[in-house]
Design a protein around this ligand. Structure first.
Ligand SMILES: [Zn+2]
Ligand SMILES: [Zn+2]
Length: 303
């Protein structure tokens, strides 16, 4: 992962057979709808499952584990990890390690998913399906890897997905399983993937960052606030990605509610000089390194 080059070799070949479960979930989702027939109750189950698990990805995997944009207790940190695992996007350590690489080298050759470097479909999903990106560089997530429970759930990620799917089946039979897991997960995957693909292509730029990130209100609605991606690349320390009141950011609103309930705290906002586009100092990718340094300082995070 820390290789300084992005030379294409056999580690960049898509492992079609190894990734049969990924394609299988797509097939079962489509076949399941054909078998059960369309239903609004199914859509409702899929939407609820999508919303809850997407929050775990946006507020948990992304804004907490990857960026350390707020603080929480060790138990709630584990809750976020387990909720995120049900989204079937690998574990929090893997997710955060790769996302930190994306910000550090955004749209440069070392970026793990860059439309500019490798094209749309690579950035959307092919980067996940290759050997090069299968492992986790623990050096990038020392602040997370120090927690044995996070290493455990990251290592046994598949069982949390299986448990979620079985629970849906036990509660609501095939109807709940197909809509609540298979259909919802496919939409959730591609909803998340669009942040790496469309959000570096389709929209407008408020900040002249060195990458191609853009803001897009439609993507922000569909992804609980992640579509304000240019804002986020410019000032990644903030737990808030919609910088103005009209930039809807549902993940941030839920985080503020959790802050009122004292479940999370030190939720980082947007300084006025950033919002006004008057940077007091250059804002760089070193933000993540600084956030991690703060996180590993005793007494400043979950302990
Ligand atoms: Zn990010
Ligand atoms: Zn990006």
């Amino acid at each position: 992962m820390s290789s300084a080059t992005a030379a294409v070799d056999d580690r960049d070949q898509i492992r079609w057979v190894d990734n049969l479960p990924f394609w299988g979930v797509h097939v079962i989702a489509i076949a399941g709808i054909a078998w059960l027939g369309f239903s609004w109750s199914g859509v409702a189950i899929a939407a609820i499952s999508y919303g809850v698990r997407l929050f775990a990805i946006t507020a948990g995997y992304h804004r907490y584990f990857s960026h350390r944009a707020y603080k929480t207790s060790r138990p709630f940190q584990l809750v976020l990890a387990v909720m995120g695992l049900t989204a079937t996007q690998k574990g929090p350590l893997w997710w955060a390690a790769h996302h930190r690489v994306h910000h550090k080298y955004s749209d440069q050759p070392q970026d793990v998913h860059s439309v500019r470097q490798r094209g749309f479909w690579w950035a959307h999903m092919f980067w996940i399906l290759v050997k090069r990106n299968a492992g986790t560089d623990l050096d990038r997530v020392k602040d997370l890897a120090k927690f044995p429970e996070l290493r455990f759930v990251d290592r046994h990620q598949i069982w949390f997905t299986v448990a979620f799917a079985v629970a849906l089946y036990l509660v609501g039979g095939a109807h709940a399983l197909v809509w609540g897991y298979f259909v919802s997960t496919v939409v959730l995957w591609h909803g998340t993937f669009t942040i790496n693909s469309l959000s570096h292509v389709w929209g407008w730029r408020r900040y002249n960052t060195t990458d191609d990130s853009v803001n897009n209100p439609l993507m922000a609605i569909l992804t609980l606030g992640e579509g304000w991606h240019n804002n986020h690349h410019y000032y990644q320390r903030s737990a808030r990605q919609g910088f103005y009141w009209w930039e809807v950011d549902i993940s941030f609103y839920i985080l503020k509610l959790l802050e009122v309930a004292h479940v999370v705290w030190d939720v980082q906002g947007v300084p006025q000089h950033v919002r006004d586009h008057r940077p007091a100092a250059p804002v760089s990718a070193d933000d993540i390194d600084a956030a991690v340094a703060r996180a590993v300082t005793p007494g400043t995070t979950a302990s």
